[in-house]
Design a protein around this ligand. Structure first.
Ligand code: SAM
Length: 363
């Protein structure tokens, strides 16, 4: 990596090294603008940790999704699927100069955000034992809900397949979520009655409204132009979430402050709540995670409850990880059940962070 006079330049160059192989378009852009002060200046005044390449890249992508006829768009496969693999840097610099005011305004009021619908393929089978044992409908309580995509997990189509050639297809709306099952058969993983959802509530300090085109565009823009498949899945999921937006309650605020209220709202509808966390607890402060875990324990002692979480143990050591090594950085899927005053913990497996596979092999 080349050192740059501006530390932000070095951070662009470092980012280019990290992602260049997986995301060649962004790799080339970040390398190319690392020594271009006019481009770096667009992040002036932005406090860390947001003063990062990804925020500028998302702001440009966001504007470009609105202006697909701009010549820079031919380098973005999310806009021009057949993609052009020439050097995107001169057009990127020119685009930044031409749209500097709009980009500065987006950068000043936004932070990067994601919502990966693929995680629903991991959560869905993890709910089934709870569905099987309760006569109540399920209340989904998604903490760190972003655009609320997990709240529609009963509506997507799924294709689970295993290493022995077994498969289970669950019909539903697009996108169809594809998940490889390791360590058991797809059929065994999906054993049980389908969930009947009685209530859906999400909590997030900065929720995204999927029915607002500008908001939806921001979520799409935070994905990378080389990640065409993720963008296609997200587009389809946002359309579905917009269509059913009226069925979802969203509480704006921190999960630490509003999880109990969300669980109570769920219980008030006669549903059995299942709290979901997918890659959101890493954003809590350590002491907030500890408070949150205690709060869920208290709610579970009050009445039946389940908690499904997909997080990296090394980033969230305050969570109950049981036998799981707290130093690992993989996505681990667990469920805690409180049933008739009894608390049990289950490690479901290790999974791809975006739900491409799940490995339920005992370790
Ligand atoms: C990486 S995204 C994951 C979103 C979604 N759960 C998923 O799996 O795609 C993290 C989410 O956590 C939210 N978040 C950050 N701090 C939070 C807090 N204190 N309480 C609840 N959500 C929070 C962010 O706004 C963001 O939407």
């Amino acid at each position: 990596m080349t050192e740059h006079a501006d530390p932000l330049g070095s951070s662009f160059a470092r980012f280019a090294d990290e992602i260049g192989r997986a995301a060649p378009t962004y790799g080339a852009i970040c390398r190319g603008v690392a020594a271009v002060p006019e481009v770096l200046a667009l992040l002036d005044g932005i406090p860390t940790p947001q003063r990062r390449p990804v925020l500028l890249l998302a702001a440009v992508h966001h504007r470009l999704l609105e202006l697909p006829d701009e010549s820079l768009a031919r380098h973005y496969r999310t806009i021009t699927p057949e993609g052009e693999h020439g050097d995107p840097v001169p057009e990127f610099i020119a685009f930044c100069a031409e749209h500097a005011d709009a980009l500065r305004s987006t950068i000043a009021r936004r932070s990067t955000q994601t919502n990966d619908v693929g995680r629903a393929a991991l959560i869905y089978p993890t709910l089934l034992p709870v569905v099987a044992r309760t006569e109540k409908p399920i209340g989904l309580v998604d903490i760190g809900t972003s655009a609320g995509l997990n709240l529609h997990l009963d509506r997507f189509a799924y294709h689970y397949h295993d290493e022995d050639g077994g498969e289970v297809r669950l019909p539903g709306h697009a996108p169809e979520l594809d998940c490889l099952v390791r360590g058991t058969s797809a059929r065994a993983l999906l054993d049980g009655p389908s969930p009947r959802i009685g209530h859906r509530v999400g909590v997030d300090p900065t929720p995204i409204d999927p029915s607002d085109p500008e908001e939806a565009r921001w979520l799409l823009a935070c994905l990378w132009p080389d990640q065409v498949e993720r963008v296609d899945r997200l587009r389809a999921a946002l359309i579905l979430a917009a269509d059913y937006r009226h069925e979802v309650e969203i509480l704006t605020g921190s999960g630490v402050d509003r999880a109990s209220e969300a669980v109570r709202r769920s219980r008030a509808t006669g549903s059995c709540p299942i709290v979901l966390n997918t890659w959101s607890l890493t954003y809590f402060h350590p002491e907030e995670r500890a408070t949150y875990v205690n709060e869920l324990d208290r709610l579970g002692e009050e009445d039946d409850l389940a908690w499904v979480y997909l997080e990296a143990p090394n980033e969230t050591p305050e969570l109950p990880w049981g036998e799981v090594d707290r130093n690992i950085s993989l996505s681990v899927l667990r469920r805690i059940d409180w049933q008739s005053g009894r608390r049990t913990e289950t490690t479901v497996g290790i999974a791809h962070p975006h739900g491409r596979w799940i490995d339920v092999t005992d370790r």
